[in-house]
Design a binder for this molecule. Sequence first.
Ligand SMILES: [Zn+2]
Length: 153
Amino acid sequence: MIQIAADGAPIAAHVSWTLYPGGDEIAYLRADPVLIGPFGAIHLRFSSAEGATKQETSQLVYLDTTRPFFGGTRPWFICPIESGSEPCGRRVGILYLPPNASHFGCRACWDLTYASCRASHRYDRMFEELARLKPGATAASMRDFLQGAPRWT
Ligand SMILES: [Zn+2]
């Protein structure tokens, strides 16, 4: 699966894949900045080779920015996937191109489970229960206290 992060946008980029160093290009991803909309967009063009057939897909992804409290600006992608007649429109940091998918989209659109996130929240309820037993403790403080314990099993 190919992932692109908004942190790197909107710098023009060209990524190429080969089977071995110096080999023929089997796939590529180009990202070019486009001055459109309030925060710009990137024009993605990517190809993949299925046997002798090489296809190119073109996709326009709008950008958004926020201003973090520590300064600067944080770029975001606006998910371009349309479901029905409505565009997704979620503001996301990473777009995904799952195997056999033809377009980049957000995690929600591609129904990708956030396994590591779910695993990290697996014990939230246990920490909350433990915190109720100790005056002044919070679920976060109990998690910190028990940090040496295995978090994944
Ligand atoms: Zn989406």
